[in-house]
Write a protein that binds this ligand. Structure first.
Ligand SMILES: [Cu+2]
Length: 480
């Protein structure tokens, strides 16, 4: 079977050679291997891999997640094994399941030959447990992120945050999801059967060179962000997914380095977004297209109860690619009914804001800056007082797109380009990454609620990883 899968992709590569690449939007012209040496064969495709759901091990009253960061070989293709980095697997890592209030220890063992750091993206934790460049893990060493889970139910993720090397480390395969549950999420009538009607999706794109992942972006790739021509979901190229004819929940992470995805279904059917980066939305938001910039998450519910025996493609419209072919091949073995009220979100009053902080994203070829400064690990850029409500204003003055991510906590969008009316309904939730297209600006409200530490900083940065590594990052401390 694997042999056939590989040759399938090869036949696509052969088509690429004949037709040339770049003119068409048809996914059938994707050059998956990047090489023409692969002979054509049949068209078997792979089923969507579901990352292992990692339950913790209880040791001395703490829940431990033992993760091995390692070199591996992964079967993107059949006759070529692709060299990767991975966590407990051959590409990506397991999904960590946590309950709010859990005392956890995430133990990262670095089996690579190079230094890494591992960051829990979206996790509300002390800065010393954040896994930034200030918590390096040397080859052979283990570093543990030890804390009490202290936030609402959401879908977060973990990935390297290595100084100057985050992009390459993520590109080679280091990333995994974290699912946080709380009493609210457990009681809502939502699809919760992991891998059956609660489907984790890590969406990425990669360039393969003779079946190998090569991270070697040129100057223009760094400028625009490095975008691949081969689209993968959970580490499989354009896989298939057999589902029941019922409400399906997708937990979607844009796990790409620098690609903005505009997602939707091939038949134009609508779906409802139920969660942003850090919490449920208060009510589901109906939509037909979902835009996600790198590191953003969205949970959506799509109702397939009327779609038995239909095939529907989860598509990416900006690059005209297919991510997943969904076969609604099974009758429902359980039903759910999406509630209208999902949660209540805390909204800070802008009139109580202690200050407004401006952040200007700028730069030129090879140099990326925030407020005129490239990242310096020895410099603290901002000092935020614990408990102060603040307004942060972020302007993208460049000709390329960016986004903006803060560690430590979430924020809520107030304005886009100077107007609250420009904030889309599905953005009116807890966010930790916001997309800022070229020439645009956002304003958001934020409050540091815990974990003052005047020596260890958190980060804020563009999450287009090429931009982050090129310096578009700063550091802040939270102090009393
Ligand atoms: Cu950027």
């Amino acid at each position: 079977m694997k042999r056939r899968e590989f040759l399938t992709l090869s036949s696509v590569a052969a088509l690429y050679v004949i037709t040339g690449y770049g003119g068409g939007g048809d996914s059938s012209t994707t050059p998956p291997g990047g090489g023409s040496s692969i002979p054509p064969d049949d068209i078997t495709t792979k089923a969507l891999p579901i990352p292992e759901l990692l339950y913790p091990t209880d040791r001395e009253g703490r829940k431990h997640y033992d993760l091995n960061v390692q070199e591996a070989k992964h079967d993107f293709f059949n006759s070529i094994e692709t060299d990767t980095f991975a966590i407990n697997s051959t590409y990506l890592g397991p999904t960590l399941l946590m309950q709010n209030g859990d005392n956890v220890s995430i133990n990262y063992k670095n089996n690579l030959d190079e230094l890494i750091t591992m960051h829990g993206h979206g996790m509300h934790v002390p800065p010393s447990m954040d896994g930034t460049p200030h918590q390096p893990i040397s080859p052979g060493a283990t570093w543990s992120a030890v804390y009490t889970v202290n936030q609402k139910a959401c879908t977060n993720w973990y990935h390297p945050h290595t100084m100057d090397k985050t992009a390459e480390h993520v590109y080679k395969g280091l990333a995994g999801l974290i699912i946080i549950e709380d009493s609210e999420s457990r009681s809502l009538d939502l699809p919760k059967r992991y891998g059956i009607d609660d489907i984790p999706l890590v969406l990425q794109d990669r360039n393969f060179n003779n079946g190998q992942i090569v991270y070697n972006p040129g100057m223009m790739d760094i400028m625009r962000g490095y975008t691949g021509d081969t689209f993968i979901a959970n580490g499989a190229i354009e896989p298939t997914l057999d589902l029941e004819a019922k409400e399906i929940r997708f937990r979607i992470l844009n796990g790409s380095n620098s690609s903005v995805y505009e997602l939707g279904f091939s038949d134009g059917r609508s779906f409802k977004q139920i969660a942003t980066d850090n919490a449920f939305l208060e009510s589901p938001v109906e939509m037909t297209r979902l835009t996600l910039s790198p590191a953003e998450r969205a949970e959506i519910i799509v109702d397939l109860s009327n779609a038995l025996n239909q095939t529907i493609v989860l598509k990416e419209f900006r690059h005209s690619k297919d991510f997943i072919t969904v076969n609604v091949s099974k009758s429902a073995t359980a039903t759910t009914t999406l509630p209208n009220n999902l949660t209540t979100l805390t909204k800070y009053d802008p009139s109580t804001a202690a200050r407004t902080r401006p952040f200007v994203l700028s730069g030129m070829m090879g140099s990326f800056e925030i407020n005129g400064k490239s990242m310096d690990i020895g410099r603290i850029d901002e000092n935020v007082l614990l408990g102060d409500v603040e307004i942060w204003e972020v302007s993208n003055e460049m000709m390329v797109d960016h986004n903006f991510h803060i560690h430590a906590t979430y924020f809520m969008l107030m304005e886009r380009n100077g107007s609250a009316a420009n904030v889309a309904p599905n953005e009116k939730g807890y966010k930790d990454v916001v997309y800022i297209p070229s020439g645009e600006s956002v304003k958001f409200i934020v409050k540091m609620t815990d974990y003052a530490d005047d020596t260890v900083p958190y980060m804020y940065h563009c999450h287009f990883l090429e931009h982050e590594d090129a310096g578009m990052m700063g550091q802040f401390v939270v102090t009393v």
